[in-house]
Design a protein around this ligand. Structure first.
Ligand SMILES: *Cc1c(COP(=O)(O)O)cnc(C)c1O
Length: 410
C-alpha cells in the first residue's frame, strides 16, 4: 500500500482542484465512484433549473424561445463542449441521445461512401453502438464487421465505409490511439466515428488534431448533465456541406419557421437537429459543462490519471489483491478515468461495497468498475474505497445472500 490516510489527506490539501469538490452535491458518508455512469449533481444546477422553470417557462412562456435564447441552446452548449474535445465551436451541437446521434452519423457517413457498405467496429464495444449499426443493417443500409483494432490491418479493406469505435472502452477503460486509427482508416478510404462517452470531461481528446470526421458523446457522465441529459455530436467542418442527417425534422430545416412542404437542410451543424430541443435537459447540461470547462480539461485529465494510478497501487498492495485481476491497462497513458478488476463474484462484491458506502458498479459478467471523476474526487476517496474493498474481500462480506439479488439496473 502506498497511501496512508494521512498521506491521502495531505495530497488532497495540495490538490489545486480541491476547491471544486464543494461545487457538487455529494451525500455524506458516500464515496461515489460511478461518475462515469451518472455524474454528480453540480450545486448550481438546482438554482438554474428553478429560474428556467419558474421564470422562463412560468412567466415568460413561449416568448422564452427568443427572449431567453432557448432556440440557440443546442449550438450554444455544443460550442462550450467543443474545446473539451479539440473541436471548433461550430462543429459541435447538442441533440437527442448518444444512440440516436450514432444513427444519424453512421447514416451520414454511409451516404458519403456510396460504393462501400461495411461499418467496422470491435467486439465488445458498448452495446448500443453495435445495436444501432444492426438496426441500419436490418434496413439494408450496411453490414457490420467486428475485428480487434490491433488486427484492423486486414479488416480495414476497400469495403469499409466507416470505422466506429469508442475512444475509452466502457468496461476496461482502455483508450484507443485516436490519431493512429483515424489515419489508418483514412488511408484505407474510410471515415471514422468516435464515441467519446467515457472520455469527454475526463480524458484528453483532440478531434481536430487527429483529423477525426465524426464523433458523439454523452452528457450525463463526466459532463454532469443529469439523468438522460441530451448528448452531443461533432462533424468536422470540411464535411458540413455534404454530410446529411437521415432524421430530417423541422429543427434541422434551413428555414423551419417558413413551414414549407419540402425539406432543405440547414447550413452547418443545425441540420443534425430533428425535433424541438429539450430545454430543461439542455440548461442542466449547460451548468455541468460550464463547471467542467472552468476547471479545464488538462487539469482534469492529469488528476484523473493520478487518482486511478493511486487506486490501482493501493488495491494491488492491499488485502484480497490475489482475488482481483486488473482488466484496465496498467499504463495511465492508455487508460481513461475508470479502473476495472475481474472477480468471480463481482456482482456480490459490488453490492457489499455499496452497503459499505462505496458506490462503484458491476458490468456483466464479472467486472467491478470504479470511475474516478476528477472534478470532485480526492485521494481520501481513493484510500477509503481501497480500504473497504480490502475489507469486503478479506472478510468475505460479499458472501451474504442479500448481495446476490439483482436489480433491473446494474
Ligand atoms: C453511456 C454510453 C452511451 C449512452 O447512450 P444513450 O443513448 O445515452 O443511452 C453510448 N455509448 C457509449 C460508449 C456509452 O458509454
Amino acid at each position: 500500500m502506498s497511501l496512508s490516510l494521512e498521506t491521502a489527506r495531505e495530497r488532497d490539501r495540495r490538490d489545486p482542484l480541491r476547491v471544486y469538490r464543494d461545487r457538487f452535491v455529494l451525500p455524506p458518508g458516500v464515496v461515489y465512484l460511478d461518475g462515469n455512469s451518472l455524474g454528480a449533481l453540480p450545486r448550481a444546477t438546482a438554482e438554474r433549473l428553478r429560474v428556467v422553470v419558474g421564470e422562463e417557462w412560468g412567466r415568460d412562456l413561449i416568448r422564452s424561445w427568443n427572449q431567453n435564447h432557448w432556440i440557440d441552446a443546442p449550438q450554444r452548449v455544443g460550442g462550450k463542449i467543443a474545446p473539451l474535445v479539440g473541436a471548433r465551436p461550430n462543429e459541435v451541437i447538442v441533440a437527442d441521445s448518444t444512440s440516436v446521434n450514432l444513427h444519424k452519423l453512421i447514416a451520414a457517413a454511409l451516404r458519403l461512401r456510396p460504393d462501400r457498405r461495411v461499418v467496422l467496429s470491435e467486439p465488445g464495444n458498448f452495446p448500443t453502438d453495435l445495436y444501432v449499426v444492426q438496426g441500419l443493417a436490418e434496413a439494408g443500409r450496411c453490414e457490420l464487421r467486428l475485428a480487434e483494432p490491433e488486427a484492423f490491418g486486414e479488416a480495414l479493406d476497400h469495403e469499409v465505409a466507416v470505422v466506429m469505435l469508442t475512444h475509452v472502452h466502457y468496461k476496461s477503460g482502455r483508450m484507443h490511439d485516436m490519431a493512429r486509427i483515424t489515419a489508418a482508416a483514412h488511408a484505407a478510404g474510410a471515415l471514422v466515428i468516435w464515441d467519446l462517452s467515457h472520455s469527454v470531461g475526463a480524458a484528453p481528446v483532440d478531434l481536430g488534431g487527429c483529423g477525426a470526421d465524426f464523433a458523439v458523446g454523452c452528457g450525463y457522465k463526466y459532463l454532469n448533465g443529469g439523468p438522460g441529459a441530451p448528448a452531443f455530436l461533432y462533424v468536422a467542418e470540411r464535411l458540413h456541406a455534404d454530410a446529411r442527417s437521415p432524421l430530417t425534422g423541422w429543427m434541422g430545416h434551413a428555414a423551419g419557421f417558413d413551414f414549407r412542404d419540402d425539406y432543405e437542410p440547414a447550413a452547418g451543424m443545425a441540420r443534425f437537429l430533428c425535433g424541438t430541443p429539450p430545454i430543461l435537459g439542455l440548461v442542466a447540461l449547460e451548468t455541468g459543462v460550464d463547471l467542467i470547462a472552468e476547471i479545464g480539461v488538462d487539469a482534469l485529465a492529469r488528476k484523473s490519471g493520478e487518482l486511478s494510478e493511486a487506486f490501482i497501487a493501493q488495491v494491488s498492495g492491499g488485502r484480497g489483491a490475489g482475488e482481483l485481476e486488473l482488466v484496465s491497462p496498467a499504463d495511465p497513458r492508455t487508460r481513461g478515468s475508470h479502473v476495472s478488476f475481474r472477480h468471480p463474484h463481482a456482482y456480490a462484491v459490488c453490492q457489499a461495497l455499496i452497503a459499505a458506502g462505496v458506490i462503484g458498479d458491476f458490468r456483466a459478467p464479472d467486472i467491478l468498475r470504479f470511475g474516478f471523476a476528477p472534478a470532485y474526487l480526492g485521494f481520501e476517496d481513493v484510500w477509503r474505497a481501497a480500504d473497504q474493498l480490502g475489507r469486503v474481500l478479506d472478510q468475505r462480506l460479499w458472501a451474504l445472500d442479500e448481495y446476490s439479488v439483482r436489480s433491473a439496473v446494474t
